[in-house]
Design a protein around this ligand. Sequence first.
Ligand SMILES: NC(=O)C1=CN([C@@H]2O[C@H](COP(=O)(O)OP(=O)(O)OC[C@H]3O[C@@H](n4cnc5c(N)ncnc54)[C@H](O)[C@@H]3O)[C@@H](O)[C@H]2O)[C@@H](O)CC1
Ligand SMILES: Nc1ncnc2c1ncn2[C@@H]1O[C@H](COP(=O)(O)OP(=O)(O)O)[C@@H](O)[C@H]1O
Ligand SMILES: [Mg+2]
Length: 282
Amino acid sequence: MKSSYLITKEEILKLYKPIDSKAHKGTQGHAVIIAGSYGKIGAAVLASKSCLKTGCGLVTTFVPKCGYQILQISILEVMVATDENVNFITNIHLPLIPQAVGFGPGIGKELGTQKALFEFLRVNKAPLVLDADALNIISENLSWLELVPEDTILTPHPKELERLIGKWNSEAEKFQKTIAFSEKYKVIVVMKGAPTFIINRTSVYENTTGNAALATAGSGDTLTGILTSLLAQGYEPKYASKFGVYLHGLTADLALPKTGYESFTASTIIKYLGKAFLELEN
Ligand SMILES: NC(=O)C1=CN([C@@H]2O[C@H](COP(=O)(O)OP(=O)(O)OC[C@H]3O[C@@H](n4cnc5c(N)ncnc54)[C@H](O)[C@@H]3O)[C@@H](O)[C@H]2O)[C@@H](O)CC1
Ligand SMILES: Nc1ncnc2c1ncn2[C@@H]1O[C@H](COP(=O)(O)OP(=O)(O)O)[C@@H](O)[C@H]1O
Ligand SMILES: [Mg+2]
């Protein structure tokens, strides 16, 4: 198997850009989260909250109509734009030009949602994170990846990765196929797992934070929010991907002595994001 570089605190400190004292919400990036469908609006809430709590100035979340009140009530700071359809996304109209977009948590695979994703990819120029059902849709339409900005970040868990690259017979083959995929489509693949690896063309990076507390519903949805936030703040995708997975894992390492494995939830990740940033300064 190809040897990997470790994503350590030392590495992260080299790329971390502390907030400037003259910063205001307009300088901190406006992120858009496109997520959710009936019964999975929680995915949109988790991604949006984690996006905001990773430091970007403004977050607008695009959901089907059924998500409007849920979002507005559960996160006061996030702005909400809605699809014309009630239960799933069919036609994406954004009331702004975003600095980054996170697309996929909880969107489902309805035909209308597939068309909306395709139309979005045709026009979008913003740095992009693709997760969950966006990946599942794309795995059946791989040529759509020719439309995405170079260095788009894909965040598959092992099942989603299999849908994208096909089955593998060994760990070595999994890495080989993911490297070939990253090279072919010029994308960064965050291979989520224990541990998470980042594949950027032929380079392989292994995360050093995180533990089994993260094995909980919505854990990946929060990672999408974190990564989108970093992109919106101007981190290049190759740095945002490393910083994002490191921070995400660090929340679990910091929380574990307080929560134990069992009671740790995706909301705990969000709660500990501030402590994870502070830990960088220790
Ligand atoms: N509160 C919410 O609204 C939530 C919404 N979610 C959304 O629900 C949709 C479905 O997501 P799922 O990921 O459950 O469905 P998938 O069908 O993509 O993945 C589930 C399958 O993948 C396997 N798998 C997952 N992680 C694995 C790992 N680390 N190793 C080996 N196998 C693994 C599971 O065993 C299962 O067979 C997504 O859009 C997701 O964003 C989930 O994030 C859960 C919470
Ligand atoms: N045992 C584990 N150790 C470390 N990280 C884990 C473990 N289990 C899951 N994770 C992390 O949790 C996240 C799960 O993402 P995902 O499966 O997409 O969740 P969801 O779709 O429910 O939001 C990934 O970042 C993964 O690396
Ligand atoms: Mg997921």
